[in-house]
Design a binder for this molecule. Structure first.
Ligand SMILES: [Zn+2]
Length: 206
């Protein structure tokens, strides 16, 4: 029996490269390319938020996708509008949804949009109170939180919200600009469970 167990361990480990799950591909398209400082902040904050869920995100440009890459899971992300902070105004506004995920016949589809202009309008009055050099990172973090919320719907395959954290139904300006906003443990557990069951398999370009 010992021999059989050893054989299984040896057989399984190399195939998975240890205990890591295969990466989840994000195919990302910006309507207008953002400044590097904003882009870096989006990616860093998204990685931080998703880390406790055990999901390893592989960020790709949709424009560079060849269409023959097969992923265990993927999502296509469109950043709409201008994801920059060149023209901040000292007033805020209600811009409508900050992000959304497509649904067809009740099925959550792996297509999410982030409303860059909307997020900027929503937080710009408070963002102007930040030192100028900190604004791109703060804005990038806000965009990442909106994206993480949508990815939670896609990967957990649920329309439900939590009362606090990234998966709450509506963000305040404070949520978006606070130093930290994370997924709560139940939502991380849900993501971890959905992800480890293999879920969807899509091929880019289909
Ligand atoms: Zn939601």
């Amino acid at each position: 029996m010992k021999f059989a167990a050893l054989y299984l361990v040896l057989g399984v480990l190399p195939a998975f490269g240890g205990s890591r799950e295969p990466p989840v591909r994000l195919y990302v398209q910006f309507q207008h390319q953002p400044p590097d400082a904003v882009l870096d902040a989006i990616r860093a904050e998204l990685q931080e938020i998703m880390l406790p869920s055990g999901m390893d995100l592989d960020w790709r440009s949709l424009d560079a996708a060849r269409g023959d890459e097969v992923s265990s899971e993927l999502v296509v992300v469109h950043f709409k509008g201008t994801c920059g902070i060149d023209n901040l105004e000292p007033f805020d506004g209600y811009p409508g949804p900050l992000g959304w995920t497509h649904i067809s016949d009740g099925e959550i589809l792996p297509f999410s949009d982030v409303n860059c202009d909307g997020v900027r309008i929503f937080i710009q009055r408070d963002l102007l109170r930040f030192p100028e050099e900190e604004r791109p990172a703060a804005y990038g973090r806000a965009l990442a939180r909106v994206l993480a919320h949508e990815l939670y719907h896609v990967f957990a395959k649920t329309r439900k919200h939590s009362s606090t954290g990234v998966a709450k139904a509506a963000y305040s300006v404070h949520d978006l600009l606070a130093l930290k906003l994370r997924l709560e443990k139940p939502q991380c557990d849900l993501l971890r469970a959905s992800h480890s069951h293999g879920a969807n398999s899509f091929s880019a370009g289909q």
